[in-house]
Each structure stands twice: as structure tokens, then as C-alpha cells.
Design a protein around this ligand. Structure first.
Ligand code: NAG
Ligand code: NAG
Length: 242
């Protein structure tokens, strides 16, 4: 009879099979950690009416950068969040006319690299530094009573309310997209090419960090290996059964 031979081998196969399924189950957990205490996109998902902003945060990868920055800096962050309405009120084609680099700049222009509470706006000094960094676009905060406004030289937007705040992150809803002067300064509405480049050539505009992580590829390879294991095991099992 085959029985005595079959059992140890099928145990082996079973072992392989179990090994495979457990590593399979573990693989997703190895992808870059969403374990951060604060996830910026989920704040916007919870708040609703920010689907365009969420899409931009994802496509530009600025969302991931912000989550990392929040974890690693003591300064905190302040985000001005335009609603879907605010984006819808832009001239049609405005977003599509921007290059990827300019989309990154636009989003970063809405972010201050430090935590500012509502009352701190009263004493902030203009122009306020944004994550867009060395751009030639000022972002000024003006207040009157409890009303806080943001002027860029292109738009004057009101801060509507606080969406989220803890000790490190403040997120405020704004009723308009904050258009930076150096991208949208040309009064002619033609949304073709922003020609207003900073006059001095020293501006290092191309400073995007390509920190694309390689973990997904590794996971894939790992998965591939498991598939081979799996196939071998199943084949062995089939052969033994016949
Ligand atoms: C803030 O902006 C609104 C329009 O968005 C305007 O009516 C108001 O006067 C502005 N307030 C200040 C202090 O600039
Ligand atoms: C921003 O504030 C600075 C300093 O007060 C001022 O020189 C500049 O004209 C302001 N720009 C805008 C667009 O309000």
C-alpha cells in the first residue's frame, strides 16, 4: 500500500501549504506603514467635501510626505483645505493646465511648516512661509476680529472653520483655492503657460524628492516565490494522490 509513504509526504506538502498561506497573509502588512497615528487623507475623508483635494494629495504624493513630516518634526503643520466647491469655482481647465511639478507647488502652497492655532494668526508676520518654499508667491494672513483671511495677490480667501486640530496639526477649511502669484499672476485669463518665471535663474525649481519606495516590488517578488512554492506543493500533492 502507498499509505505509509503518502502520509509523511502529504504532511510535508501540508507544511509547505501552510507556510505559503501564512506568508501570503503577512505580505500586505509589510507594505509601507499606514500605521501613523495621524493620516491626513483620512481626516479629509471623514470631513467630506474634499474629494478634489484628496485626489491631488494622492496624485502628487504630497499626502504621504505630510504624514512622514508630521511623524518626524516637532514644528507641526498647518493646512488650508479648499473645499470641492472652491475647486469647482476655478476657471475650467485650471488644474489641467498645470504640470505635475506645478500641482505639487500648488498643494504645498496651502501648507505651512508649523502648527498655527486660530489665535496665533493674529500675530503672525507676513508673508508667511509655506511648504512651497522659495517660490516668489507671498501668502499673507490678515485678521479682523475672529475673521481670518488669506491673500496671495491673486485671491482673497476667508478661513471658514477648523476641520481638525491637535497639538501638531491644524486643518482649516478655506472657501477658495489659494492661487500662488507666480503661477497665476498673469492677469490674462489664458490658462495656457504660466510665463511669469522668477527673473533670477538661480531658482532651483526642480527639487522634488523621488523617494519612491521599493517595498512594493519586494513584496511582489516575495509573492512570486510563494506562488512557485504553492504550485510545487499542489503538483506534488496531485502526483501523490494519483
Ligand atoms: C475677508 O474676505 C471676505 C471675502 O472673502 C471679505 O468680505 C472680508 O472683508 C475680508 N476680511 C478681511 C479682514 O480681509
Ligand atoms: C503681504 O505682506 C507684505 C508685508 O506686509 C506686503 O509687502 C505685501 O504687499 C503683501 N502682499 C499681499 C499680496 O498682500
Amino acid at each position: 500500500m502507498l499509505k505509509p509513504l503518502l502520509s509523511p509526504l502529504s504532511l510535508l506538502v501540508l507544511f509547505f501549504f501552510l507556510h505559503c498561506t501564512t506568508t501570503f497573509a503577512q505580505s500586505p502588512a509589510q507594505s509601507p506603514a499606514p500605521s501613523a497615528p495621524t493620516n491626513i487623507t483620512s481626516i479629509f475623508e471623514k470631513a467630506g467635501q474634499f474629494t478634489t483635494l484628496i485626489r491631488l494629495l494622492k496624485s502628487t504624493q504630497v499626502g504621504d510626505q505630510l504624514n512622514t513630516q508630521l511623524k518626524n518634526s516637532n514644528q507641526g503643520l498647518t493646512i488650508f483645505a479648499p473645499t470641492d466647491n472652491a475647486f469647482a469655482n476655478l476657471k475650467s481647465g485650471t488644474l489641467n493646465s498645470l504640470s505635475d511639478q506645478q500641482k505639487v507647488q500648488l498643494i504645498q502652497f496651502h501648507i505651512l511648516p508649523s502648527f498655527l492655532s486660530m489665535s496665533q494668526f493674529q500675530t503672525v508676520s507676513n508673508p508667511v512661509r509655506t511648504q512651497a518654499g522659495d517660490s516668489q508667491s507671498p501668502l499673507n494672513v490678515t485678521t479682523s476680529g475672529n475673521q481670518v483671511n488669506i491673500t496671495t495677490g491673486v485671491v482673497n480667501a476667508a478661513v471658514a472653520n477648523t476641520i481638525y486640530t491637535d497639538t501638531k496639526l491644524a486643518v482649516y477649511q478655506v472657501d477658495q483655492v489659494l492661487l500662488p502669484l507666480d503661477l497665476f499672476g498673469t492677469p490674462a485669463p489664458a490658462p495656457s503657460k504660466p510665463r511669469k518665471k522668477a527673473s533670477d535663474a538661480s531658482s532651483s525649481s526642480d527639487d522634488g524628492d523621488n523617494s519612491a519606495d521599493s517595498s512594493p516590488a519586494i513584496c511582489l517578488n516575495h509573492g512570486g516565490l510563494n506562488v512557485i512554492f504553492f504550485t510545487v506543493s499542489v503538483t506534488a500533492a496531485l502526483l501523490l494522490c494519483l
